[in-house]
Ligand binder design. Structure first.
Ligand code: PLP
Length: 391
């Protein structure tokens, strides 16, 4: 059967081969230490689960406005004001099926054939593919490990052409954990205003910042950047509710209206009870968050120090998110392995640890390790990795 031409433009994620093999081995009873998942290993907080139950019992089971449950939009707008001084009305918020869907709606609303979108690399796997599906052309902005993988406005400026529509930033970053400082974000804001392009900021890992670092966000520039800014966030990661599929986009009215047109012809809106749970997540007690963050912070120290003891592996200390992204080119050389994709396959087969090769993120030579798994499993995984590396 012939599929639509657009499917020829996008590729299945490079993570899939390793993931399928890891699943196959696990199904056979092989104990795989899985550093792959991009989701919290914690359970959704009890108060959030109860709110979902209550919503079902109260028959919150009819269609909602396309933009989402008013109480949730109000909670999201209030939070932006409280935290970042950004003034958005609830009508400038759209609740989406995860942050991923907010980003997809943004691409569909802004990007068309011939449009270019600048994406810093290493990038989250879906950014280029969403731009391609929208008919646009991703333009990759390289960042450097020595510069902490921080996207720089000056470097982005060199890639701007009359066809540039938008720049997609992600901070804290998946896969590198890099955090773009507030002054660099201001430079991006200057650039967007000077050259009339839009900025899309994916802040899905907003809650995952370590060593007391505060979240830097373009929301602080919302006053002057308003017409050119889309913020995308999610409850998936912060509240361990990936399966609920509740994310959001925040932007000026015309942008939100355009995104709503797309959503109205697509999923209509995320499940009503999940949105009600989202209100409780944002407005209810926040103590689960602090406990989870303390645990991630300890795991980060464990994984970074563990990886740093492996010859040929260079691991920076991520400032945010829950991924370590070490360079493994030295190790590939020592082991006589062609690239990080092959190394990931060897690690899976011989050390029984699953990682995601940098190729998936446009960054060959690296491996991504999620540390959303227990300290005990992390230590065992590092032990296995080290045994393979120094044998
Ligand atoms: N953005 C980034 C950088 C991510 O890593 C993810 C999930 O892995 C998402 C967005 C979307 O997550 P969700 O759709 O669950 O909100």
């Amino acid at each position: 059967m012939k599929m639509a031409d657009r499917l020829g433009l996008v590729k299945p994620s490079a993570t899939i081969a390793v993931k399928q093999e890891a699943d196959r081995l696990s199904a056979q009873g092989v104990d795989i230490i899985d550093f792959g998942p991009g989701e919290p290993d914690f359970n959704t907080p009890a108060n959030v689960k109860q709110a979902a139950h209550r919503a079902i019992d109260d028959n919150l089971s009819h269609y909602l406005p396309t933009l989402g449950l008013p109480a949730l939009r109000k909670a999201i707008a209030a939070r932006y004001l409280r935290r970042y001084g950004a003034e958005y009305s609830p009508d400038e918020v759209i609740v989406t099926c995860g942050g991923k869907n907010a980003l997809f709606l943004a691409a569909m609303a802004l990007v068309g054939p011939g449009d270019e979108v600048i994406i810093p690399s290493p990038y989250w796997v879906s950014f280029p593919e969403q731009v391609l599906l929208a008919g646009g052309r991703p333009v990759i902005l390289e960042t450097a490990q020595e510069d902490g993988f921080i996207a720089r406005a000056q470097a982005a400026e060199r890639l701007l052409t009359p066809a540039t529509r938008a720049i997609i930033l992600c901070s804290p970053s998946n896969p590198t954990g890099a955090v773009i400082p507030q002054d660099e974000l201001s430079r991006f804001a200057d650039l967007a205003l000077k050259r009339d392009v839009c900025l899309i900021l994916d802040e899905c890992y907003e809650a995952f910042l370590y060593d007391g670092l505060a979240h830097a966000t373009l929301a602080r520039e919302a006053g002057r950047l308003r017409d050119r800014l889309i913020l995308a966030g999610t409850l998936s990661k912060s509240y361990a509710m990936t399966g609920y599929r509740v994310g959001y986009g925040v932007a000026a009215r015309p942008l939100i209206a355009a995104m709503a047109v797309v959503q109205s012809h697509d999923c209509t809106h995320p499940t009503a009870a999940a949105q009600a749970a989202g209100v409780e997540a944002l407005d209810g007690p926040q103590d689960a968050l602090a406990a989870m963050l303390a645990e991630y912070s300890a795991r980060r120290d464990l994984i970074v120090s563990g990886l740093s003891t492996i010859p040929g592996v260079v691991c920076a200390r991520p400032a945010g998110a829950f991924y370590a992204f070490p360079s493994v080119t030295g190790l590939c050389r020592t082991l006589g392995v062609a690239d990080s994709m092959s190394l990931a396959q060897i690690l899976l087969k011989e050390a029984r640890i699953a990682t995601v090769p940098g190729e998936a993120f446009g960054a060959p030579g690296y491996l991504r390790f999620s540390y959303a798994l227990s300290a005990e499993r992390i230590s065992e995984g590092i032990r296995r990795f080290r045994a393979l590396a120094v044998r």
